[in-house]
Design a protein around this ligand. Sequence first.
Ligand SMILES: CC(C)(COP(=O)(O)OP(=O)(O)OC[C@H]1O[C@@H](n2cnc3c(N)ncnc32)[C@H](O)[C@@H]1OP(=O)(O)O)[C@@H](O)C(=O)NCCC(=O)NCCS
Length: 322
Amino acid sequence: MTSSQLPPRRSSKPHRTVSIIGTGSYAPARVLTNYELEKMVDTTDAWIRTRTGISERRIAAEGENTSDMAVQAARAAMEQAEVHPEEIDLIIVATVTPDTFFPATACWVQKKLGAFNAACFDVSAACSGYLYSLEIAQQFISTHVYNTVLIIGADKLSAITDWTDRNSCVLFGDGAGAAILRNRPDSHGVISTNMGADGSFTDILVMPGGGTRCPITKENVDQRLNTIKMVGKEVYKQAVTSMFNAANKVLADAGLHYQDIACVIPHQANLRIIEAIAERTGILPPQPLLWLSTRRIAPGESAWATIFSWSSSAAASPGPVP
Ligand SMILES: CC(C)(COP(=O)(O)OP(=O)(O)OC[C@H]1O[C@@H](n2cnc3c(N)ncnc32)[C@H](O)[C@@H]1OP(=O)(O)O)[C@@H](O)C(=O)NCCC(=O)NCCS
């Protein structure tokens, strides 16, 4: 069969724009304060606040799994978007704490939502997971493969945190954020995106155990290899550089400058990292852009949660951001 005999490809249609039409978030009820952490490890509220800006984090209840939090956020996003479960064509869950390695957490979410027309898979990209899932979803919608995509960032990091390691345990928490994406014909939609990775730094933020490199054994668990290991200073340097470079790339692709931006929603747990990037961009709060951040739940979900709280507030009204 020659190429001229093949049926027309879906991607031969003009690309569509992709918009976020609904967002939702969920944070567990349990709040773990810095003062409580003082009783668990050798730290102080003052140290944590000064080094990270964090005062508290949310912790999932016993038996509350990643998919449970994901479903709560998804329902809120679906309600805002007025989307029914059977309309969803694809569910992507960005998580590093899946309910099970397989089936994907997206399948657990599908079952709980009753979204049985959807294809489902997980994305493992840690803190960048929501950006990865946004870009993946965008490809499917813009090329007419799917119309309605549910993306969720959800993590139960408390399950893989070493609560005896003061270097890392102060930073992590649990939560979920979700968005519904569709083509909105009269909207410019997502203008530019940028994904990246640097595999040469696989050892600075890692859970060494649990995969095939280091299977779960009693010895490995005794050494807490099934928890997060972090070289904080290195992560700090890489986070600042990578976020700044990625921001520059998306702006250049869009033909925009920092002065054109009304609102920046950084996806980052540490206020000092956000401040360092703000300084590099030369645009410091409070003007002209609004630096928003939610640092009270899992870092992986903070961006969606922030978008949700922002879009649910008066600041979401059309016109300039106050
Ligand atoms: C983790 C982080 C807050 C530590 O801040 P820092 O200024 O780099 O601190 P250092 O690692 O240099 O540690 C300084 C000292 O504080 C100590 N310290 C570390 N954690 C502490 C804590 N929770 N309480 C008190 N002291 C602590 C260290 O042991 C070290 O003591 P020493 O000088 O006697 O060895 C910072 O490196 C960071 O934010 N990194 C990025 C983390 C991140 O974004 N992770 C990804 C989240 S998704």
